[in-house]
Design a protein around this ligand. Structure first.
Ligand code: FAD
Length: 317
């Protein structure tokens, strides 16, 4: 079953969650430790992020700086397959344009298809550190739209090498990202929605949103999508705040607002444990509002930690 089938056939609302591959050098058991506490609550699917290489500078004793490229969290394809077969679950690997030529993308998609994975979230990826704007690989994609088009072509048996004969068509279902508070680079929301609509026309079957902390912003976004002719399911993404650091880091990284009421509640806390509890209660409130609005699935950003998500699930589903 694919995610779109789960959405269309679910009788009662479900949840899903996002995991990060473990840092390089760590064990896959870190992933299983994040999944195990949640598996009994019947998640609809698990998504696995993709992390492209990062640029770092190492200072030598003579003062010279050495530029290093490091891939801190490899393994998205392998981890997705490991989760699928260990837990018999639907997985959603994230595929990004950044760092990939079209051919490397095609090969990654072929690997996923051979592994029996049929869902992918097609994304552009962010610019790497020290780059002012996103720079595609030579022969790579500039925007997620082109990635969706490539996957749709593969689904028709159209590979990059047009001399290939009697090709096997893949059967991926594609999800794409949506931004209730607008993508940071888009000049305005209507521009962003126009791009989103083109991704849908290119073959995307559902949208997973960036995190947001005011349910009304999601509702407004859904209404705007519908009036713009974007009629596919929209899965809200919820991130429970869990540390003081999030107060500044999340808005900076994800171009989102944290409402005053939530900020005030966090500022009253004296420990990160208290912040975590505030985050859980806020996420429970948001989740209940989203279910009331009629969302069939709510997606949770775990950042690798399950304990707060377990509490939310116990109170909502
Ligand atoms: P796009 O759809 O390409 O849009 C990027 C920007 O370009 C937007 O401002 C858009 O309006 C504009 N644009 C798009 N197409 C065109 C066009 N043809 N002409 C002009 N402008 C255009 N990042 C990762 O690196 N790994 C992950 O695993 C990951 N997972 C994510 C999961 C979710 C649910 C979300 C919401 C984001 C995730 N991201 C991830 C972050 C994402 O890669 C960034 O937000 C990225 O900056 C944009 O990705 P996109 O797919 O929305 O890009």
């Amino acid at each position: 079953m694919k995610i779109i089938d789960i959405i269309n056939n679910t009788q009662k609302p479900r949840f899903s969650f996002e995991l990060l591959p473990p840092p390089k050098g760590k064990d896959i058991n870190l992933i299983y430790q994040a999944i195990d506490p949640l598996i009994g609550y019947n998640p609809a699917f698990i998504s696995v992020t993709y992390h492209r290489e990062e640029v770092a500078f190492k200072q030598h004793k003579n003062g010279l700086l050495e530029k290093k490229t490091i891939h801190k969290r490899p393994g998205t394809v392998a981890i997705s397959a490991a989760i699928k077969y260990k837990y018999n679950l639907v997985v959603l690997p994230h595929i990004i344009c950044g760092g990939f030529s079209k051919e490397e993308t095609e090969n990654a998609l072929i690997d996923l298809h051979f592994l029996g994975i049929r869902d992918v979230l097609a994304l552009r990826g962010d610019p790497i550190k020290f780059e002012e704007k996103f720079v595609p690989e030579p022969h790579g994609h500039s925007h997620a739209l082109e990635l969706v088009q490539q996957i749709s072509n593969l689904n028709k048996g159209v590979y990059l090498d047009d001399e290939l004969l009697n090709t096997t068509a893949t059967s991926f279902s594609v999800g794409v990202a949506g931004y209730p508070e607008k993508h940071s680079e888009a000049p305005n929301l209507s521009f962003d929605l126009d791009i989103l609509k083109r991704k849908v026309e290119a073959g995307a079957e559902y949208i997973v949103t960036q995190m947001f902390f005011e349910t009304q912003k999601f509702i407004n976004f859904v209404n705007l999508c519908r009036s713009s002719g974007i009629n596919i399911p929209i899965i809200p993404g919820i991130k429970p705040i869990s540390t003081f650091k999030h107060l500044h880091m999340l808005p900076q990284t994800f171009n989102i607002d944290i409402p005053e009421e939530l900020v005030n509640q966090i500022l009253k806390c004296t420990t990160n444990e208290e912040v975590k509890e505030v985050g859980i209660q806020w996420a429970i409130k948001q989740s209940k509002e989203l279910l009331e609005f009629g969302c069939p699935i709510i997606h949770y950003y775990t950042m690798g930690k399950a304990d707060n998500i377990v509490k939310i699930i116990q109170n909502v589903f």
